[in-house]
Design a binder for this molecule. Structure first.
Ligand SMILES: Cc1cc2nc3c(=O)[nH]c(=O)nc-3n(C[C@H](O)[C@H](O)[C@H](O)COP(=O)(O)O)c2cc1C
Length: 381
């Protein structure tokens, strides 16, 4: 079974911050004594730093924030406590709390230990593809603060599965680690299954669970794998390979499939039936949306890519509910999509989700969101 245990959890105490904005520069540039103070503030007083980060290009801010987080973790500034324990067993795995980090924030597994120190009950890294690829040209990541939303068309930029595996091996984290796999952009969609099989074989032994991502809107034709015969074929071949690997490694690693929100109720119901018949272990709902009604008038609202954050909340919850009406308790649902506070997570739970994941909410709310969501769900159980 899984040898990864649980992450240490942070103290997210209220800050006494001074010139945190000025000190942020030091934090990122030089991990000396000044950085030590600034690192604490960088993590703790996210509300103060957010306007500064939001003045930077979104992708630059993303890298700077993760670098600062890693520094803070190296300097042991992320202590234990703060996120309430709320253990649950899903997919045969033990989760210390039901709040996970959604895929795409740590595509290469570079920040596993630092992210774990924020108190997540599980972490999903990737999407990773068999071969490294650069993704789409920049700019490809846009914030829409008026809507608490993000549009991205990253296009699975990643350093390839072998690099990710070295990072997973180097990580000290022993909690639940999902590895999210995808196909290379230049692999024709008719051969997509081959890429997923390569990914599954490579990551199997290192993962607590594996997510099959067929729902990114930024890899041409990827979402066609969600349809009818293509889905049945993909899932049955992955399931057969999982059985072979389970025998080989003497370890059963659950496989989850991640779906899009841009499907009719009938299509969701059909997918749910295929997923149930396939024996797949879980479904993650949802990825980003192509819908734009909520943001069309806003700056960047017309950018191509997938929209996430607050405008996705309702639709993603609806998909969870539609899935649950078919799946009942046969296949667990992991909910993602617009969880910006504890109540959003509670709505996902009430719609039928066993676990939740956050991404955009973390960008807008900072690490305090993890504690808030975990506390709300713990109180409601
Ligand atoms: C910048 C960015 C990159 C993402 N990359 C991936 C990815 O590589 N793989 C994946 O399965 N989902 C990816 N996602 C989707 C998220 O995991 C999540 O499903 C989606 O954003 C909805 O959750 P949210 O509203 O909390 O962000 C990405 C999302 C964002 C914002």
């Amino acid at each position: 079974m899984i040898s990864r245990g649980y992450a240490s959890q942070p103290s997210i105490a209220e800050p006494a911050f001074g010139n945190a904005a000025r000190r942020l520069r030091y934090t990122l540039a030089e991990p000396g004594p000044t950085a030590l103070i600034a690192c604490r503030e960088t993590i703790i007083s996210y509300a103060l730093l957010r306007p500064l980060l939001f003045r930077l290009d979104a992708e630059t801010a993303h890298h700077w924030t993760l670098a600062a987080l890693k520094n803070a973790h190296r300097l042991h500034l992320l202590g234990a406590g703060g996120v309430p324990a709320s253990p649950r067993r899903v997919m045969g795995l033990d989760f210390p709390n039901p709040v996970g980090l959604a895929a795409g924030l740590d595509k290469n597994g570079d920040y596993i230990d630092a992210l774990a120190a924020l108190g997540f009950g599980f972490i999903e890294v990737g999407t990773v593809t068999p071969r490294p690829q650069p993704g789409n040209p920049r700019p490809r990541l846009f914030r829409l603060p008026e809507a608490r939303a993000i549009i991205n068309r990253m296009g699975f930029n990643n350093r390839g599965v072998d690099y990710l595996l070295t990072k997973v091996q180097q990580a000290r984290y022993r909690g639940v680690l999902g590895i999210n796999i995808g196909k290379n952009a230049d692999t024709p969609v008719e051969h997509a299954v081959d890429d997923y099989l390569i990914g599954l074989r490579k990551v199997y032994a290192a993962a607590s669970y594996v997510t099959v991502n067929i729902s990114s809107p930024n890899t041409p034709n990827l979402r066609s794998l969600q349809e009818g015969a293509a889905l049945t074929d993909l899932l049955s071949r992955l399931k057969r390979e999982q059985q072979v690997l389970a025998e080989q490694h003497q370890k059963y690693v659950p496989v989850a499939v991640k779906i899009a929100p841009d499907l009719s109720a009938e299509a969701v119901a059909e997918m749910a039936a295929v997923i149930r018949e396939s024996g797949i272990d879980a479904v993650i709902a949802t990825n980003t949306t192509l819908a734009r009604e909520a943001v069309a008038q806003l700056p960047h609202g017309g950018e191509a890519g997938g929209l996430s954050g607050a405008p996705l909340t309702r639709r993603a919850t609806e998909v969870v509910s539609q899935l649950h009406s078919v799946l009942g308790d046969t296949v667990p649902i992991i909910a993602a999509g617009g969880i910006m506070d504890g109540d959003d997570a509670l709505a996902k739970r009430r719609a039928g989700a066993s676990l939740v994941q956050v991404y955009s909410g973390l960008i807008y709310r900072g690490p305090a969101l993890v504690r808030e969501v975990a506390a709300t769900l713990a109180q409601a159980s």
